[in-house]
Design a protein. Structure first.
Length: 287
């Protein structure tokens, strides 16, 4: 919603200011200029990115418009699942714990957290490292280093749409100049026309420069930054899992280990200790 509000404010101020200066909106209606700029930009975007990145960019844009970031309840759900798993690892045999990890969709523990079951990447991340923990041969610092490396890889892949959109934004001003040059070339072929006609044609050509700069800094660039914001927030959940499990491996009790994970959540979204206890010990979904 914030993206739409921002775009409305931007367009209202831009067009309103133009009209206030005595400009005519009809001058900005130059469809072929926009076809040159946007068509070329989309074409270079397709050339420079894999099909997977192109599809993920569409998904990232939808996340940006919907402001799809983890909420407090999502953090509580992750902490609740981790508490249940750590409690199982602490009190049950290896074979009993493996039954939950090897087939999480059939596990009563994981079934209590349907949102995590739907998140395949997060589900595999949690299960893989819980499996390494119960094997018992790996040292905490080795697991931590491996986690950090995987999180960096996940974050790099998650931010590919942002980088692709930013590359598009960086190229739009130059494509706007290209469209303007083409308009000037067209004007040069009509020098026998009246000054009024030539003025209109030159104005149409300059719309290309305006459009390229506006699309870059007023549309594509801000959406790119919003994608980065949403994806950074989504990747933060992996840090929570890492901090919690490493604390557990270093000997912390499950409830104490949760505090390590809770502290990695930004203060604005961080649940209180009482909320975490209610979700885990006091009868929440993970209890």
């Amino acid at each position: 919603m914030s993206v739409l509000i921002g775009l409305v404010v931007t367009l209202a101020c831009l067009l309103g200011g133009f009209i206030g200066m005595g400009g005519h909106l009809s001058v900005l209606v130059q469809p072929f200029e926009y076809i040159v700029i946007l068509g070329s930009s989309i074409g270079t975007f397709i050339v420079g990115n894999s099909m997977k990145t192109i599809k993920d960019t569409g998904k990232g844009m939808m996340e940006a418009f919907k402001n799809k970031i983890p909420k407090q309840k999502d953090y509580l759900e992750v902490l609740g699942l981790l508490h249940s798993l750590m409690r199982e690892m602490r009190s049950k045999s290896r074979s009993e714990v493996e039954a939950h990890i090897d087939d999480p969709k059939e596990s009563t523990i994981f079934q209590a957290y349907p949102n995590i079951l739907k998140n395949t990447s997060m589900l595999h991340f949690i299960c893989d490292y819980c499996r390494l923990i119960i094997i018992g041969n790996a040292r905490p610092h080795e697991i931590e280093a491996l986690m950090e490396e995987e999180i960096q890889t996940i974050k790099h892949d998650a931010l590919k749409p942002k980088m692709a959109m930013q590359d598009m934004a960086d190229g739009l001003p130059a494509l706007g100049i290209v469209a303007a040059v083409l308009g000037v070339i067209h004007t040069m072929g009509a020098l026998d026309q009246s000054p009024a006609v030539l003025g209109e044609m030159i104005g149409a050509a300059l719309v290309g420069t305006f459009a390229g700069v506006f699309f870059a800094y007023g549309l594509v660039g801000p959406i790119s930054n919003k994608i980065k914001y949403c994806r950074d927030k989504q990747c933060r959940v992996y840090i929570i899992v890492k901090s919690t499990l490493i604390a557990y491996m270093n000997g912390a009790m499950p409830q104490v280990a949760l505090e390590y994970g809770r502290k990695t959540i930004s203060a604005h979204d961080r649940p209180s200790i009482d909320q975490v206890e209610s979700e885990t010990i006091g009868g929440g979904a993970g209890a």
